[in-house]
Design a binder for this molecule. Structure first.
Ligand SMILES: [Zn+2]
Length: 287
């Protein structure tokens, strides 16, 4: 009655022989994506919409008007103040990451225009030591906010961070107060500040400038929070609710204002800038 079926062997467990760098596997939907296609799609999975991490340079070219970005403090580099030799010498780590990422530290800052609106832009890069905030990250973020205050223009920061940079001890924690104080001076002039939270934005960065935006945007399904879910679970011994510390959870609980798909981010930012520009470029007194 039935034809004898040939025995099937599963190919699922078989490792596919893929030349590295050409194809990327999406961890969410298992789709194999041609790397060039992923880059052309702003690093968003064409099948399931997963937002892959972007480098700071990719992010800047996706947001800034072409040819307008002028980098500031490009040559600022960290020094090993504590002579940190714990797990690996800090200076060695810095050198390795500088070579691998072609960055001097975990943030790129500068001036640019977004759809014709002049702004300052700071973009963190998770590929450099987990975008941890040390003195250089804190100083560059502070300087770029101060530059926005001097020029009376809005400031935008695209955040991503694993937290404070332990290699710099207390110096890295001081950056939380320093960046927040720069934003307070910017806010005193009623100048707008937009924070864009990307996967993952946590710890010292989340507890300072990332959560201080007049408008806080987040990419879908980004991990956002102070301590990570595993730490909270182990400390409290409590089961955490579904989707805990995702953008969607944070929106529901009022910590962020809007979730924006990466393809719509430039539009959302420029519309927000347009809104403030129509108001004389300043926040209303009541805000
Ligand atoms: Zn996918």
């Amino acid at each position: 009655m039935f034809e004898k079926k040939p025995k099937l062997t599963s190919t699922k467990t078989k490792k596919r022989d893929i030349p590295s760098g050409l194809w990327v596997k999406c961890d969410d939907c298992d789709e194999m994506i041609y790397n060039q296609e992923l880059i052309a799609n702003l690093k968003v999975c064409p099948k399931c919409d997963r937002h892959f991490p972007m480098t700071a340079r990719e992010r800047i070219s996706a947001l800034a008007d072409m040819g307008t970005f002028q980098e500031t403090n490009a040559n600022m580099t960290s020094v090993d103040m504590l002579k940190f030799t714990g797990m690996a010498a800090y200076t060695e780590r810095l050198k390795t990451y500088q070579r691998q990422t072609q960055l001097n530290d975990a943030v790129i800052t500068g001036l640019c225009q977004i759809r014709g609106h002049p702004v300052t832009l700071g973009v963190m890069d998770f590929t450099f030591l987990g975008a941890s905030m040390g003195s250089v990250v804190g100083e560059k973020i502070t300087a770029v906010i101060e530059s926005a205050t001097e020029r009376a223009i809005p400031s935008i920061i695209v955040a991503a961070s694993g937290g404070a940079r332990m290699y710099e001890g207390i110096l890295s924690l001081m950056q939380m107060a320093k960046t927040s104080a720069a934003l307070a001076r910017h806010a005193k002039e009623r100048l707008p500040y937009i924070a864009v939270l990307t996967h993952p934005t946590t710890a010292g960065v989340m507890a300072s400038f990332a959560s201080l935006g007049d408008v806080i945007m987040a990419e879908p399904k980004a991990l956002i929070g102070f301590a990570g879910p595993r730490v909270i679970k182990e400390t409290t011994q409590q089961e955490l609710p579904d989707g805990f510390q995702t953008s969607e959870f944070m929106l529901e609980h009022g910590l962020i204002d809007i979730i924006v798909h990466r393809k719509e981010l430039r539009d959302a930012i420029s519309k927000t800038l347009q809104y403030f520009a129509a108001n004389g470029g300043r926040k209303s007194k009541a805000a």
